[in-house]
Design a protein around this ligand. Structure first.
Ligand code: ZN
Ligand code: ZN
Ligand code: ZN
Length: 374
């Protein structure tokens, strides 16, 4: 059973969200919004569509009730909110694309969710070639980006659960030396579930020179004494995601690693402190990058500083050069600078932070130090 189904919110939340989306559709002159797999659908209805070849599609008109077009066999999984959407279940011999086309036949401007299968969009395009198509992210994204108090609390609970696993890592409760990265990754994954996550989204474990690859896939490499181990893990808990990176060092670190880590820690703290309401996303990236660049490691910080987080592990806003968007209270994102020396070692330090009127609020409170394990 999909544990995500048990986190449905009160109907009034979905009513409010759909009403706000329809208001935005009106402002942007969008006649119909089409959402298939992806997280806009559960955000507006509480329903998580399985990424099936069978079509599931929420059709939101600019005014009036939305329709959830859904394979009949999936219908029992839908928690009904009759004031939000009506259900249009299709049988195996029906043509669901034709059903959607019928529902949108008068729409001249159609917004489409990012994660809709290309297959369905191609078929829809053929059925209404004169409509103008755009991305639904411009309609739903601005709403999803600003987290409400209850969403922030959900992120805090997920963050606290991830912190408990990081604490286990820091206190040596997760055996490292002599195990493979893959074994440690499986161990961390089990602990994320044990601490309350419904799903593990990733558990990167990268030892020594492997830590120089930011998205390293944990493998058969055996972890040895005398090296740094980077652990970046997170999951989904009651519909909201966690994401944290901490590094530990097995035995006494070299002077070089200690110096690089001090720079990293300063950069990450500077970036968190800069994440004030009104600051631009690119300035938060720059706050970390400046510290790392001035210390001479600039060429080894090869990715953006962070990504938004919420129902998805990566979503808007992105903390990256060129993003001049100003932070609003309720924006939630990672701050995760790294230093990666190819062939030798790597390190990253990551917290989830929410911009608030009282300043940046960290979802991860566990020690930021490079913890040395004997
Ligand atoms: Zn990533
Ligand atoms: Zn991460
Ligand atoms: Zn991240």
């Amino acid at each position: 059973m999909n544990s995500r189904e048990s986190h449905a919110l009160p109907t009034r939340i979905y009513e409010e969200r759909v009403a706000r989306v329809q208001k935005e559709m009106k402002a942007q002159n969008i006649d119909a919004l089409l959402l298939s797999v992806g997280h806009d659908l559960p955000y507006l209805t509480g329903y998580h569509a399985m990424p099936l070849e069978r079509l599931t599609m929420l059709v939101v008109p600019q005014e009036g009730l939305a329709t959830l077009v859904i394979p009949r066999l999936e219908a029992p999984r839908v928690a009904l909110h009759p004031t939000v959407f009506t259900l249009a279940a299709w049988n195996e011999t029906d043509n669901p694309v034709a059903m959607v086309a019928q529902l949108t036949k008068d729409a001249r401007t159609v917004s489409v969710g990012d994660q809709m299968w290309a297959r369905f969009l191609v078929e829809l395009l053929a059925s209404a070639p004169s409509a103008h198509y755009s991305r639904a992210v411009d309609v739903v994204g601005p709403l999803r980006k600003v987290k409400t108090q209850s969403e922030i609390e959900a992120l805090q609970r997920a963050g606290a659960a991830a912190d408990r696993v990081a604490t286990q890592l820091h206190s040596g409760l997760i055996p490292l030396v002599g195990r493979t990265e893959a074994q440690v990754s499986a161990d961390i994954s089990a602990r994320l579930l044990e601490e309350g996550h419904d799903v593990v989204n990733f558990a990167i474990v990268a030892a020594g020179e492997n830590a120089a690859s930011p998205h390293h896939h944990p493998g058969a490499r055996v972890i040895r004494d005398g090296e740094i181990v980077l652990c970046d893990f997170g999951g989904t808990m009651a519909d909201y995601c966690s994401d944290i990176t901490r590094c530990v060092h097995l035995g006494t670190p070299s002077q070089e690693i200690l110096e690089a880590y001090a720079v990293l820690q300063e950069a990450q703290a500077a970036s968190v402190a800069s994440a004030q309401v009104g600051a631009t996303c690119e300035s938060v990236d720059e706050a970390a990058r400046r510290v790392i660049t001035e210390a001479g490691f600039g060429e080894y910080f090869v990715h953006r500083t962070g990504h938004g987080i919420g129902m998805e592990a990566h979503e808007d806003p992105y903390i990256v050069a060129g993003n001049t968007e100003a932070l609003l209270a309720g924006h939630a994102f990672s701050i995760e600078p790294g230093i990666y020396i190819p062939g030798r070692f790597g390190m990253r330090l990551e917290d989830i932070v929410v911009a608030t009127d009282q300043g940046p609020l960290a979802m991860n409170l566990v020690s930021h130090d490079l913890v040395v394990l004997a």
